[in-house]
Design a protein around this ligand. Structure first.
Ligand SMILES: C[S@@+](CC[C@H](N)C(=O)[O-])C[C@H]1O[C@@H](n2cnc3c(N)ncnc32)[C@H](O)[C@@H]1O
Length: 239
C-alpha cells in the first residue's frame, strides 16, 4: 500500500486525520495505481524551489491550488470547466484522495497533481508568484479556543499565500462558522495589500457561478449552517 510519508520531510504537525473507514478494493487500487503518477514531485531538502507549471506535460495557462480538497468535488469541477488550467490539490486524508482520483478519471488531460500531506509543507517550497488562484474552502474551524492555533488561516499563512499569488491572483475561502468568518477577515484585512473583490454584502453571502458547492458546504446547509464566501485578490499592479 502506498505510504504517505514518502512525499516530503515533515515541517509542520498535522492536526487532522489521515485515514477514515477502510477503503474499498476499487479505492485501494486507485491509490496504488493512479496516485503515484499524480504526485507533486518529491521534495528533497536539496531541491528548494520548484515551479509548479513545470510539473505538467503541457504548459498550462495558469496553475490553481486547492488546500484541503476533501472529496475533491470542487477541484474536479474546476478542472473540468477550465481545460487549459492545471490544478494542484493538497489533502492528507486518504479517503478524500481516493475520491478525487475517482473524479479525475472523467477529466481529460494530465492537469492535476496531488500533495497527499500537510499543505503548509509544500507552500514553504514554492516560488513566489507561481499561482493564479488559491482555494481554501471550509477549512477545519477548530472551534475550541485552545485549538485556534491549529487553524490553517493565520497571519503567516495569509502572508505566504499573498506572496505565492501572481499579481491579479485570487484567494477564495469559505466557512459556515461565524466566529471563523471574523477570524479569517481579521487576518486578511490586516494584510496591507490584499483587496476585497466584492462590492456589497451579497458578495459574502451569495455563491458565484464558478464556485460550486462543496460536499462539506452541502452537509452544513442541510444542518442549517449558512456559508460565507470570502474572496480577496492581489492587486494587478503589485510586484
Ligand atoms: C472541513 S473539511 C472541508 C473539505 C472540502 N474543502 C469541502 O468543503 O468539502 C477540511 C479538509 O481540510 C483538510 N486539511 C486539514 N488540514 C490540512 C492541511 N494542513 N493541509 C491540507 N489539507 C488539510 C482535511 O483533511 C479536510 O479534508
Amino acid at each position: 500500500m502506498f505510504e504517505l510519508n514518502v512525499v516530503s520531510k515533515k515541517r509542520h504537525q498535522l492536526f487532522g486525520r489521515r485515514k477514515g473507514r477502510n477503503l474499498s478494493a476499487s479505492m485501494k487500487l486507485l491509490i496504488e495505481q493512479e496516485l503515484p503518477c499524480r504526485l507533486v514531485p518529491v521534495f528533497e531538502s536539496s531541491v528548494a524551489i520548484v515551479e509548479p507549471s513545470e510539473w505538467f506535460p503541457n504548459k498550462p495557462s495558469a496553475v490553481w491550488l486547492e488546500i484541503g480538497f476533501g472529496g475533491g468535488e470542487h477541484l474536479a469541477w474546476q478542472a473540468m470547466k477550465n481545460p487549459t488550467v492545471a490544478l494542484v490539490g493538497c489533502e492528507p486524508f486518504l479517503n478524500g484522495i481516493a475520491s478525487l482520483l475517482r473524479h479525475l478519471s472523467k477529466i481529460e488531460g494530465d492537469r492535476v497533481r496531488i500533495y497527499p500531506d500537510d499543505a503548509r509543507d509544500m507552500l514553504d517550497l514554492l516560488p513566489d508568484q507561481c499561482l493564479e488562484r488559491i482555494f481554501i474552502l471550509h477549512s477545519d474551524p477548530w472551534p475550541k479556543r485552545r485549538h485556534h492555533y491549529r487553524r490553517i488561516i493565520q497571519h503567516k499563512t495569509i502572508d505566504q499565500l499573498y506572496n505565492l499569488l501572481k499579481p491579479g491572483g485570487v484567494l477564495r475561502m469559505s466557512t459556515d462558522q461565524p466566529d471563523y468568518v471574523i477570524w479569517i477577515l481579521a487576518r486578511i484585512t490586516a494584510h496591507a495589500d490584499f483587496r476585497w473583490t466584492g462590492r456589497s454584502i451579497d458578495d459574502f453571502t451569495q455563491s458565484r457561478k464558478d464556485w460550486p458547492e462543496t460536499r462539506y458546504e452541502a452537509k452544513g446547509r442541510k444542518e442549517k449552517r449558512i456559508p460565507t464566501y470570502i474572496e480577496f485578490c492581489k492587486p494587478v499592479e503589485a510586484n
